[in-house]
Design a protein around this ligand. Structure first.
Ligand SMILES: *Cc1c(COP(=O)(O)O)cnc(C)c1O
Length: 427
């Protein structure tokens, strides 16, 4: 059987395959550059594993208090090496990205301090952490105030306003690398570095935290390489490589990480406790795979951008611009477009391919949301997934793909559904 007939059997008509493959061929040089970044980052990860003497005993499991968990301690040393930081906290007890960010913030801020976001409104789930939307146990309830400087209309930092916003009681500066659910461009590590140098030039003692979700291994450097005191993310996104079943990380200075560890477990106990219950191997192996998995997801995002851009839909980032995270937004301008796209992603999944996603009123969102994912790890967004709020401008956010062939199938299947529904006519 040929590959073409395999595609037909799985539900992709020849015209859709032909259209997608033609665009794919035009992307060869960009894909080569992504492979070069993956090669560099693969070496970085292997070198960190060798330097910290990862061994078979690291995969043993601990229970109870988890004292002297060699795997946990070695893994944290490996993360610190990869991110070039003094220390790191990498734990299954950190339940998700929001938790990692909440931990980094709440452990390094004290009553009377101010948190200043210089990349505009933070990710939705942080609104309750900070107290922008009132919530039990928010930073606001503990006497931590918040202020924000928006990015300029072109997506760059507003240095003048940042200078004005830094007050004597400003303690921590937050920067979000990825655009999240906004349509602003994602920030490059280089630009983040310029902003960090600027704020440290005003006050050297300011702590800078970067929300690195979706950004890991997209470039050769990370925010920690350009001066961030804390770089924070989720293990069910890029650095978990699709294998980590849970978890989050904070990589940073000794002092910031000690604060975070004291908050996660208890003052006095810190990093010394925390059983790993058998997850160590998947954390190590996931990190090992993360550079190539991220590359697959990136190629998928670039293919999607170029396919939908050539059909006339607005896409962010556009087909040719440089990438700083793995998220691709496509604006359909009508609800049916978002829904059919998501149906295609679901139908291409290895798990739950037979279910049909529908919009619903998810907690934490202010409109109905549709989500497509057929993942091995629940909610994992390094696996191929798509979601979109059912409200104008009717944009879908697409990300992930543990392998490039799967990402490609997902994109072709989304196009197939849009063609079937009469929303798209192929040229
Ligand atoms: C995903 C994400 C988060 C939150 O992570 P969860 O694991 O969903 O809690 C925070 N910030 C950004 C930019 C993200 O993409």
């Amino acid at each position: 059987m040929t590959t073409e007939s395999m595609y037909q059997e799985i539900g992709i008509r020849p015209e859709v395959l032909k259209f997608g493959t033609k665009i794919e061929k035009s992307l060869k040089e960009r894909f080569d550059r992504i492979d070069e970044t993956a090669e560099y980052n693969q070496l970085k990860v292997i070198h960190a594993m060798q330097k910290n003497r990862v061994c078979a005993e690291c995969f043993n499991q601990s229970s109870g208090y988890g004292y002297n968990d060699l795997g946990r301690e070695t893994l944290e040393a490996v993360y610190a090496s990869v991110f070039h930081t003094e220390s790191a906290l990498v734990r299954p007890q950190i339940t998700c990205g929001t938790h990692a960010l909440a931990l980094a913030l709440s452990s390094n801020l004290r009553p009377g301090d101010e948190l200043l976001s210089i990349s505009g409104k933070p990710y939705d789930t942080l609104e309750e952490v900070i107290g922008i939307r009132p919530s039990m146990g928010s930073l606001k309830e503990y006497g931590v105030s918040y202020s924000q400087v928006d990015l300029k209309p072109d997506g760059s930092f507003d240095f003048e306003k940042i200078r004005e916003a830094i007050k004597p009681h400003t303690r921590l500066i937050a920067i979000q690398r990825s655009k999240g659910y906004q349509t602003r461009p994602t920030l490059s590590v280089e630009k983040i570095g310029e902003a960090i140098a600027f704020v440290k030039g005003i006050r050297k003692d300011l702590i800078v935290m970067v929300d690195n979700c979706y950004g890991e291994f997209v470039e050769r450097i990370e925010p920690s390489d350009v001066g961030a005191d804390m770089t924070v993310g989720s293990l069910i996104k890029n650095p978990g490589g699709g294998l980590a079943p849970v978890g989050g990380y904070i990589a940073g200075t000794e002092h910031c990480i000690e604060n975070a560890a004291y908050r996660l477990t208890s003052p006095g106990l810190g990093k010394e406790v925390g059983a790993t219950l058998g997850v160590n191997q998947s954390f190590f192996q996931g990190l090992f795979l993360a550079p190539t998995v991220t590359a697959s997801a990136l190629k998928g995002a670039i293919l999607a951008a170029n396919v939908y851009e050539s059909l006339g839909f607005p896409v962010v980032p556009n087909g040719t611009e440089s990438r700083h995270d793995i998220i691709q937004a496509v604006t359909f301008g009508k609800a049916e477009g978002v829904i059919e796209f998501c149906k295609g992603i679901q139908a291409a999944a290895p798990v739950d391919s037979y279910v049909t996603p529908e919009p619903w009123a998810m907690p934490g969102y202010d409109s109905d949301v549709i989500m497509a994912a057929g993942a091995f790890v629940q909610g994992s967004s390094i696996e191929l997934s798509a979601d979109g709020p059912i409200k104008p401008p009717y944009a879908v956010y697409f990300q992930g793909g543990l392998t490039y062939p799967h990402a490609k199938l997902g994109i072709l299947m989304s196009l197939e559904k849009l063609v079937e529904a009469g929303i798209v006519t192929l040229p």
